[in-house]
Design a protein around this ligand. Structure first.
Ligand SMILES: [Zn+2]
Length: 187
């Protein structure tokens, strides 16, 4: 067994160990023995120009440079930048708790789990949308809640490869109010 001392990884694969990538895929999309637990939603990525600068929305105030907060901007939805949305499938932990000095306190943010291959940055947002009873997005898409991504951590296991992404994101109350209004208005 001396050969294993220099190699931090044992190369034998018994086939019994869990493959976390495929476990995550089964969790999100389901398999022959598992019902899909993932929810469809949107990943909102701020749009950048060729030099990497974010594209500003005209609703930004010329004096303060702040996006308009008093009305719902249909172009940027209050971000102050243009963006694009992509459909994703996520698993969300709705009950995040932590212990603070012996007490249990609710986290100010929620935990999302995404596929390892997804390209996510902390400037992105996760959008919760309205789904029908079967989990299919209602058309036209109704945005329900916006979560501001705080951190995006890669969970690594087998040989150090990325198995899944762990995202911590905070609910943005302001947008939730706006979306309730606009969803009622347009649907
Ligand atoms: Zn705008």
């Amino acid at each position: 067994m001396a050969g294993n001392i220099r190699n931090p990884y044992r190369t034998s694969n018994s086939g019994i160990e869990l493959d976390l990538r495929s476990e995550m895929e089964d969790l999100l999309y389901g398999s022959s023995g598992e019902i899909a637990k993932g929810k469809k939603g949107l990943l909102r990525r701020m749009r950048a120009d060729s030099s990497g600068d974010l594209l500003r929305c005209p609703c930004r105030d010329t004096a303060t440079d702040e996006p308009d907060q008093d009305f719902f901007c249909r172009y940027c939805h209050g971000h102050g930048y243009f963006w694009d949305e992509y459909e994703i499938v996520y698993y969300k932990n709705d009950d995040s708790f932590r212990k603070v000095e012996g007490r249990v306190q609710e986290y100010e943010s929620d935990m999302f789990f995404l596929e390892y291959s997804l390209d996510v940055s902390p400037s992105d947002f996760i959008i919760e949308i309205v789904l029908d009873n079967d989990g299919t997005p209602v058309q036209p898409v109704q945005r329900l809640k916006v979560y501001d991504i705080i951190s995006a951590d890669q969970f690594r296991a087998d040989y150090g490869r990325v198995e899944f992404l762990q995202i911590r994101a905070k609910l943005q109350r302001k947008w939730s109010v706006w979306y309730e209004v606009t969803n009622r208005q347009y649907n």
